[in-house]
Design a protein around this ligand. Structure first.
Ligand SMILES: Nc1ncnc2c1ncn2[C@@H]1O[C@H](COP(=O)(O)OP(=O)(O)OP(=O)(O)O)[C@@H](O)[C@H]1O
Length: 510
């Protein structure tokens, strides 16, 4: 095909090494977010359309309705359609390298073919995770598993598709034999053992719950579950303080717990702890009584066995820690136990495979300036984890309410719809990958559409995340269907024939 047949426009006006503008014909089908290229000295320089402007000298913004109406009816037009495109780089061996060429007015602009785009959005099979496709064509987009080495953030407002996206990445990582831990405060991932068809999906997935869990699903709903239990005598005094939510500054309560430990003479189990506490001087007992009541309330988590790292960490194994129904500080404590044990085995190289840790609702575990054990552990992993092979996937709907250092340690971002300006600002500040142009698109993304930037992709892209293979938990409630059911219930309650039927059932024929 001749170049002249392919081109869609010509470079015009002022252009820079980062951006160019070109005029397109009136009947062009080109759309925002599509990719174009220029041929400069036998090289292909790729750009992405960020904006399309249309303007007319004739029908300008100083004219009234009647005059425009007249022009419009004549069919006359002098529209100029101008596309603004960012330069993503020049294509080199399937990768993008920086382009420093001068972009001159008059140069033709070509639409990037699916073939070119497919090259840019794929990696070799072993390193690629299939995440979805470009929204307007069939080009598959893959993530580079190596890009996860520098942590990933999945950011979006509620309902935009964070858990869906995270599940797709988990499915892909499982296929690669990854070891995955999921901190799951709302039981969003507890059904992943099942496929969308309801059949069994993967041997490798286990769900861990504490006997305390009063979450949104029962054990029967979830199917096979593993209990996360603790043998009280395995706990250190500091562990017990953590479980009782006794923070660093509570010096009185800290010394009372230490005192109980010094005086314990029996099996060092929960009963021993509680009985020893009762023998404390009345004043001390009074101070700690509320915390002891709490320990009694959660006594079911203390069993004969302490769930340990070998239960939940292994090659090709994904363990979902269902923390639903727990107070935040207990969820923090359990999560801290899990992450610190992973940190230890990775630090000592006892476990050699990479571990991917997904943290849902991460803003609750590591809010700004938090000094809790779990927050310190997450910050440590964000800072140094990648050296030992622990990679974070931080998921949050409140990017403005999570520790900024943790967010900025994430070198890749998958960002779905975000309309709140303070969250948009937090995202913009967290990463140099995100430009103002990309930010402008955030409010208009559809559910399941994401902007992906950073080391996991060769160039920034808006991607339609693929369908899930596994069953979702925590999907949106179908309000319409439930309201329909409620109306039907009320109708039946008031329907005379239903009332007669009920009376007959109760009294028999009369
Ligand atoms: N790529 C997608 N394709 C099809 N459906 C999707 C996609 N992404 C999300 N959805 C659907 O949109 C709804 C919300 O998705 P999801 O639960 O993942 O959002 P969320 O951002 O995690 O919400 P929340 O903050 O409430 O947990 C779900 O019903 C989900 O199935």
């Amino acid at each position: 095909m001749q170049e002249s047949e392919l081109k869609i426009g010509y470079i015009i006006g002022e252009n820079t090494s980062g951006r160019f503008q070109f005029v397109i014909s009136d009947d062009s089908n080109i759309k925002k977010w599509e990719y174009v290229y220029l041929k400069i000295k036998n090289e292909i320089v790729i750009g992405r359309i960020e904006e399309i402007k249309s303007k007319s000298e004739l029908m300008n913004d100083g004219m009234d309705y009647q005059s425009i109406d007249k022009y419009a009816k004549t069919g006359m037009n002098d529209f100029v359609n101008i596309c603004i495109s960012t330069i993503l780089g020049k294509l080199k061996d399937g990768y993008l390298a920086q382009s420093r060429e001068i972009i001159k007015p008059g140069m033709p602009v070509y639409p990037a073919s699916d073939e070119i785009l497919q090259k840019v959005f794929s990696f070799n099979t072993e390193e690629s995770l299939n995440i979805g496709s470009l929204p307007d064509n069939n080009v598959n987009v893959s993530l580079n598993v190596n890009g996860l080495r520098r942590h990933l953030a999945i950011l979006a407002q509620t309902g935009a598709g964070k858990s869906h996206t995270a599940s797709v990445i988990m499915e892909e990582l499982l296929k690669k034999g990854a070891s995955i831990i999921v901190l799951d405060p709302h039981a969003d991932y507890v059904f992943m053992k099942k496929g969308v068809d309801g059949k069994f999906y993967s041997e490798g997935i286990s769900v861990f719950r504490t006997p305390l869990s009063t979450g949104r699903y029962t054990n029967n709903d979830v199917g096979i579950i593993n209990n996360f239990t603790i043998r009280f005598s395995d706990l250190t005094p500091d562990d017990v303080k953590g479980i009782m939510d006794i923070k660093e500054g509570y010096t009185n309560l800290i010394s009372i717990v230490d005192d109980i430990y010094k005086k314990m003479k029996g099996k060092k189990d929960l009963n021993d702890f509680l009985e020893t506490a009762e023998s404390l001087p009345a004043e001390d007992y009074k101070k700690i009584k509320g915390r002891l009541t709490f320990l009694k309330k959660i006594k079911d988590i203390f069993q004969d066995y302490t769930t340990g790292i070998n239960d939940y960490l292994g090659p090709g194994k994904m363990s979902v820690m269902d923390l639903s129904g727990m107070d935040q500080f207990l969820a923090n404590y359990f999560s801290y136990r899990v992450l610190s044990s992973i940190y230890d085995v990775k630090l000592s190289s006892e476990f050699k495979y990479p571990v991917f840790v997904f943290i849902e609702e991460a803003h609750n575990f590591v809010p700004p300036r938090s000094n809790s054990n779990i927050a310190k552990m997450i910050k440590k992993i964000a800072g140094e984890g990648r050296k030992f092979g622990i990679f974070l996937v931080v998921i949050t709907q409140r990017p403005g309410k999570i520790d900024a250092d943790v967010l900025s340690q994430c070198n890749s971002q998958i960002i779905l719809r975000v309309t709140n300006p303070s969250d948009q600002n937090a995202i913009l500040e967290s990463s140099e990958n995100i430009t103002g142009y990309l930010m402008e698109d955030l409010p208009s993304l559809d559910t399941g559409e994401a902007i992906i930037v950073g080391e996991i992709v060769k160039m920034p892209a808006v991607v339609k995340i693929r369908n899930r293979e596994t069953m979702a938990g925590g999907s949106d409630i179908d309000v319409i269907a439930l309201l329909r059911e409620a109306r039907e219930e009320v109708r039946k309650k008031n329907d005379p024939s239903e009332i007669r039927k009920k009376t007959k059932d109760l009294l028999g024929e009369f």
